[in-house]
Design a protein around this ligand. Structure first.
Ligand code: BES
Ligand code: MN
Ligand code: ZN
Length: 499
């Protein structure tokens, strides 16, 4: 599918369908819609009058033009209340449009710059949101289906406006939105891939692919080198698996300083069985997606390399499986982390924080000025926030505020949870410096506090995406399965640091 932007009049476009927006409580068509309405003998105003078109968000109405204008159909899409329009609503509406077009077998569609007619979005924002909605909304993971997709495929979406200046801005937005959405879909592909394909070795290979494409330096350390670096916590998790662990470090250089402005660390468990503290059978397969943090980091680097913000970024992934077996870590084992801290393994299923402890120590040793870790870390965050909202934690309010703002711009919802000192009590151990599980109560918080022990004073944000990385039902431009959260947020955040 191709998204093009062109100067022209929507009324005269040759296309299988033209798409125009309507709002709630709209009395009569205005602007382009009024021109098309007249050409159709008042069909649209009739539908508005009799309430068949209500203008509710993502409401789709198909009108056949019977030769009255050059396009075969006019499709109206509702955008809700005019003065409440946001880029996110345009994103959702664009995703809905795509599914409708596919259903109707429309191959070439022309569309107005949704949202600009109300003045609520500028043309650049509209272009970005349309591109994101279209590309994210038409995603499906079909790699392992031998049957071809029988449905029709949309060939082109043409965004049309009469002003050259508007078209130029829309095009800029489309270019950026395409990079962001394609990166998100890359993250989705990696997360949807089952564990027998997505091993630590193949996850590292995916990172190498991105790095080589955009000429970013990358290092993949194997078990022996990981041992030499003293990453006892990470290795403890990896020791039960026949799949060798990989420690991946990729760099993007956006300015002349040698500082690492920000380290992005993604949890990279390519499968989490729980280890000896084995998980129940029901839904265990979901744990193929326990590398969603890593996927979002690789994908964000892919977009960052194209958008070229003036920020130095280090991406870090400690990739491994968590498996039971004769060599596996056992409850009550004691591990020595890279920074020398000792950890009592209370539960082998609290493995993510063990891998992150060493990844975080590595980032600190390299001198990272800020650290963001992204992890499918706890079942507790799913209980608290469901599949809608990511849990956010920080030792630096300004940094988390910047992450939340980036999330708001890109439609990734993030809500802060506290890190009060009182919770630290739950992580205390009698035999080691700390234990890896603080029990059920407030588990997302004690998990975050465990990571904090390895962070020191570096400004840090932890995002627990256990609930949001994967959804069971399509919601707007979040298609079912992997969501790619929070790829676009990470890119926006890094970009904002460069401004
Ligand atoms: N990967 C899981 C967390 C998870 C749960 C992700 C559900 C996605 C959906 C993590 O490694 C885990 O097992 N956490 C345990 C920790 C507990 C044993 C202290 C949890 O939260 O139950
Ligand atoms: Mn686990
Ligand atoms: Zn896990």
């Amino acid at each position: 599918m191709e998204i093009k932007v062109k100067v022209g009049s929507i009324k005269r476009i040759r296309a299988d369908a033209i798409i125009m927006c309507v709002y709630e409580n709209m009395k009569r068509p205005r602007g382009d819609l009024s021109i098309v309405n007249k050409a159709l003998g008042g069909a649209i105003s009739d539908l508005l009058h009799n309430g068949e078109i209500k203008g509710k968000l993502a409401e789709i109405t198909v009108i056949h033009t019977l030769g009255k204008i050059t396009a075969d159909r006019v499709i109206t899409v509702g955008l809700g209340k005019r003065n409440e329009l946001t880029a996110d609503k345009v994103r959702s509406a664009a995703a809905e449009i795509c599914r409708a077009l596919k259903n109707k077998g429309v191959k070439r569609a022309a569309i107005v710059a949704l949202g600009t007619c109300s003045g609520m979005l500028n043309p650049r924002e509209a272009g970005q949101a349309i591109a994101e909605g279209v590309i994210l909304g038409s995603y499906a993971f079909r790699k392992h289906l031998t049957a071809k997709d029988e449905g029709e495929h949309i060939e082109t979406i043409l965004i049309v406006d009469r002003s050259r200046a508007v078209v130029t801005s829309v095009q800029q937005g489309v270019t950026e939105g395409t990079i962001l959405a394609e990166a998100t879909n890359l993250a989705r592909d990696l997360v949807n891939e089952p564990g027998n394909y997505m091993t630590p070795t193949s996850l590292a290979a995916e990172a190498v692919k991105v790095a080589e494409k955009y000429k970013m330096p990358i290092q993949v350390y194997d078990r022996e080198e990981i041992q030499k670096m003293g990453m006892g916590a990470f290795l403890g998790v990896a020791q039960g698996s026949d799949q060798p662990p990989k420690f991946v470090v990729m760099k993007y250089k956006g300015n002349e300083n040698n500082d690492i402005d920000i380290a992005l660390i993604g949890k990279g468990l390519t499968f989490d069985s729980g280890g000896i503290s084995l998980k129940p059978a029901a839904d265990m397969g979901d744990m193929k997606g326990d590398m969603a943090g890593a996927a979002s980091v690789i994908a964000a680097m892919n977009a960052i390399a194209q958008l070229k913000p003036g920020v130095n970024v280090m991406a870090i992934i400690a990739a491994t499986e968590n498996m039971p077996g004769g060599r596996a870590l056992k409850p009550a084992d004691v591990l020595v982390a890279m920074n020398g801290k000792t950890i009592e393994v209370d539960n082998t299923d609290a493995e993510g924080r063990l891998t992150l402890a060493d990844a975080v120590s590595y980032a600190n040793k390299q001198g990272a000025k800020r650290i963001i870790d992204i992890a499918t870390l706890t079942g507790g965050v799913v209980t608290a926030l469901g599949d809608v909202t990511t849990g956010g934690f920080t030792n630096n309010q300004e940094l988390l505020d910047a992450v939340i703002k980036a999330g708001n711009e890109e439609g990734d919802k993030i809500w802060q949870l506290p890190l009060f000192d009182e919770y630290k009590e739950q992580n205390k151990s009698d035999v080691a410096d700390i234990k890896n599980s603080g029990g059920k109560a407030a588990s997302p918080i004690t998990a975050a506090l465990f990571i904090a022990e390895f962070i020191g004073n570096t400004p840090w944000v932890h995002l627990d995406i256990a609930g949001t990385s994967d959804i069971s039902k399509t919601r707007g431009y979040y298609t079912k399965g992997a969501t790619g959260v929070p790829t676009r947020t990470l890119v926006k955040l890094v970009t904002s640091l460069g401004k």
